[in-house]
Design a binder for this molecule. Structure first.
Ligand SMILES: Cc1ncc(COP(=O)(O)O)c(C=O)c1O
Length: 459
């Protein structure tokens, strides 16, 4: 008979039948992802492990596209690369019809390397270099201008290349959610955005094809989008009336909430986040009310990121140790840390045990494997008694983790995709020492002292 594992005794008040207002205090378990057992996934691909569902991504995209086109017929999604720019993930959204939305030279290069034509790239961002801009102008990408220096730089490039760049301007505005994001683009209320357009018209070197805004991220107030779209459309109408320029695009940016739960939220995100219908209704209403939209039928561009991808991503992590903190609280050490789950600094993710629940439910803090005090994935959640080797599924984690993660202390893990026919494919291999060392160079005079280290000898 195997030796029984010691479990520290605890005294806890039991309140039979109480489930909490939203039944969220009763932990449940989930031992598979899309019918594939978690244990078989970690046996094959090791732990920790990111898992993405192609089915969920495609279903989310189709639902969003359908919902918006019911409100307004000319809709184009532009996949927000920074949200998740793994080639396989981008390929899924591009194959559904999305263009690319990029915010740096690196992201621009990525999109081009994936075969996206310049005409299908929206180039945003506050720090585009001259070379980045030249390339985008040559490729006919849409460049959304962030400030006057960029506008002047583009005019200069236009002169040099003897080519008229296709530009939009990024507009910031008060939409009733605070603090207002006003560090990007030109302000609407104080007339700065209008003056930027005037400057483009007077300069005669740029072709104004669109107006853009990205009001914030994880916006819980869908009505803010009615205000944003109305203001952009009003500006478009003024530009049309005064300068006879009817812009082709009204780009509302991203920012729709996923079903994650922010730390400051009381209710869980799957109850409190607006669904895609609510955002679509508000934006659609602004378009339907706009004389400019009725007359010119501009394309509505959406740069939605997290709302399309967050729910398709899971992180499987394993318990490597258990401890009792001095205040008696239970703690678990798991093999995934904040180095791969950056969003744990602002979300209360779902932590779901991946095996039947045993033992008592107690407040439990979940620590990552890094030798850093800040490596905390969740503080004090109601959690069952897990043992070393047990697995936990963290979700949703599809947005902003596998781009904002960092190579720090440990290697980054495998990422797999579950295909619609239930197969699994690696879409990013776990790292090894070669990946970490590949960009390093060791000066000759230091090599001697490393001569026994093997790998570095070669450099
Ligand atoms: C310009 C721009 N567009 C789109 C997005 C995507 O936003 P989200 O993932 O919140 O939809 C971002 C993210 O910050 C952004 O900066």
């Amino acid at each position: 008979m195997p030796k029984k594992i010691y479990v520290a005794p605890t005294i806890e008040r039991k309140i039979a039948g109480i489930t909490g207002k939203f039944a969220s205090s009763i932990p449940t378990y989930e031992d598979s992802i899309e019918d594939i057992p978690v244990n078989s996934l970690t046996q094959k691909y090791s732990s920790p492990l990111f898992v993405f569902s192609e089915h969920t991504m495609r279903a989310k995209y189709k639902e969003a596209y359908r919902t918006f086109t019911l409100q307004y017929p000319k809709v184009r999604f532009a996949w927000s690369y920074k949200t998740n720019y793994l080639a396989a993930i981008c390929a899924i959204f591009h194959s559904e019809g999305a263009w690319a939305e990029v915010v740096s030279g690196m992201e621009y290069e990525r999109a081009r390397a994936l075969g996206i034509a310049g005409k299908q790239i929206i180039f945003n961002g506050p720090a585009k270099s001259r070379d980045d801009l030249k390339r985008a102008v040559k490729d006919d990408a849409v460049i959304n201008i962030d400030y006057l220096d960029e506008l002047f730089l583009l005019e200069d490039i236009a002169k040099e290349l003897k080519k008229i760049p296709r530009v939009g301007i990024r507009v910031n505005m008060d939409t009733g959610i605070y603090p207002v994001w006003n560090r990007f683009g030109f302000n609407y209320e104080n007339g700065e955005a209008y003056r930027a357009v005037q400057r483009i018209v007077v300069g005669k070197k740029l072709n104004l094809v669109g107006l853009h805004c990205h009001i914030a991220t994880f916006v819980m107030e869908a009505n803010a989008y009615y205000i944003a779209a109305s203001k952009l459309l009003r500006l478009a109408e003024t530009i049309d009336a005064e300068f006879q320029i009817g812009v082709d695009f009204i780009d509302i940016g991203g920012g729709f909430a996923s079903t994650n739960t922010l730390y400051e939220q009381y209710l869980p995100g799957d109850i409190s986040s607006p669904d895609i219908n609510q955002y679509a209704e508000h934006i659609g209403r602004a378009f339907n009310e706009s004389r400019f939209a009725r007359k010119n039928q501009p394309v509505l561009i959406l740069e939605t990121g997290r709302a399309l991808v967050d729910e398709s991503g899971y992180l499987i992590t394993s318990v490597v140790g258990k401890k009792t903190l001095p205040d008696g609280q239970r703690a678990l050490v798991v093999d995934a840390g904040i180095n791969m789950l950056y969003t744990s600094t602002w979300y209360k993710h779902n932590f779901t045990p991946a095996q039947p629940i045993t033992g008592t439910i107690e407040n439990t803090t979940i620590y990552g494997p890094l030798c850093m005090n800040i490596d905390v994935l969740r503080l004090g959640i109601r959690f069952p008694d897990l043992q070393v080797g047990d697995k936990i599924i963290v979700s949703p984690v599809g947005a902003y983790n596998v781009t904002q993660w960092m190579q720090f202390i440990t290697y980054r893990p495998n990422i797999i995709l579950i295909t619609p026919d239930g197969k699994t494919e690696i879409i990013r291999e776990k790292e090894n020492l070669d990946d970490v060392l590949i960009k390093e160079r060791t000066p000759k005079h230091l090599l001697a002292s490393l001569s026994r280290s093997g790998k570095l000898d070669k450099k």
